[in-house]
Write a protein that binds this ligand. Sequence first.
Ligand code: FSO
Ligand code: SF4
Length: 531
Amino acid sequence: MFCNQCEQTAKGTGCDKIGVCGKKADVAALQDLTVYALRGLALAALKKGDESNNLGHFTSKMLFTTLTNVNFTPEDFQKFINEIVAHRKALDVHFQSGPGAFEPAETIEGLIAQGEAHSIKNFDTDEDIRSAKQLLLYGMKGLCAYADHAAVLGQQDTTVYHFVYTGLAAGYDGEERDLQAWLGLCLKCGEVNLRAMELLDAANTGTFGHPEPTEVPLGHVPGKAILVSGHDLQDLYLLLKQTEGKGINIYTHGEMLPCHAYPELKKFDHFYGHFGTAWQNQHKEFPEFPGAILFTTNCIQKPQEVYKDNVFTTGLVGWPGLTHIGPTKDFTPVIERALAQPGFTDTADKGSVLCGFGRNTVMSVADKVIDGVKAGAIRHFFLVGGCDGAKPGRNYYTDFVEQTPQDTVVLTLACGKFRFFDKKLGDIGGIPRLLDVGQCNDAYSAIQIAVALAGAFECDVNELPLSLVLSWYEQKAVVILLTLLSLGIKDIRLGPSLPAFVSPNILNVLVENYGIKPISTPEEDLKAILG
Ligand code: FSO
Ligand code: SF4
């Protein structure tokens, strides 16, 4: 196997025996084959001129399954590959060779052998072209995750799906591309992702209302309990509906924390609080949870024996042997498990955190913020966001936030915030110094805040007193970075380490054109930023 798509990749170069994430060689090969089969479907969709949302959403879902920490079940991929090929054949356009003519083997062993022949390692003999092709593929995985989330709530745009086909078909569509052209596709992927994230923002706020500042308890109360992880608001809503009046409290885990701020979700009395921290701590934290646990999207880790029977998956998530809740979204098995577990028997007050500072809330106090900057009360804004992860070096982000001066404001989003989300940083004239914009899925909101500030100050985003200090782990972070680059945003600091799939020459392009910098130490970076 070979996989280098995430930040925790083995030795910083690539997982070649077993994934650090727990992905085995069979699933790695089946995921590579899923991508190859999707290339064939994309070629056929382009040739046919298929503009249907159904096929676009299906393609996005299938690519999303290959994102880090989503699905680890070989049989699921066998099913996906056959479905992809069936969709391609239904389009009734024919190719002589390549992915458009791909015939899947009948057995899972046969599919694994086919997948090994399409390893990302063999993308190209030229290191830079290979690197650009990988950057594009990983960016598209992130893009498809966001497109899927938006589509689940009815927001779709054929231009997004058209680009997904174009990006998947690239390399097999008969067009010669040099490095410049491949990098152009990467930036285009970032640009299209802004549209996908805009759709997702419209989907979430249109369905559940605009997030509002909300205090979320970190402790627990007596009662049966279900913990919801992942990123999917709709799954949480359906679970809240199905558990009403059953004496079960619902807790969020990881990236579900910002859900507490949505009016249509927070209205449920049994939607209680938040449990635990970021995804990589689940082995430590889940044994302590006395109820059922539901994974709605990434980031699942190998369930430990002691809590395995409590864990359920839904949507695209899969782990061999776990009970999966299918598209009917009948959560009865989860509810029954929660009722059979002891639940919490005591009350624990572990403080609280404030969330819900999406674009609507921040913009409603824009005048105050602008006055604060003009009067010198607010010297600088930092966006400290992105993923958390298990590798060392991520303390940087905790230290960085702790060391930000009192006259600065920290905006944050995604699971990287769990390094500092409960720090009491105080406020500046009533504006909290730590503002939680939401999930990584809410990066659009953060971009809109920056654009609005630039508008108010009549300057370019790059001229704002704003610095981006980002952490990455998986492919959604890759596409957000591409979106920021496509918007011309410069001088981003990126850590904890740079992606293994970025070649030295491509890194040079990023440094020279966009001023991307690896993080150094909080002290040095703060000094450099604040002069
Ligand atoms: Fe974190 Fe995981 Fe949201 Fe990522 S939960 S690491 S960027 O999948 O998706 O922020
Ligand atoms: Fe390794 Fe990351 Fe790929 Fe998992 S997703 S196999 S940890 S590079």
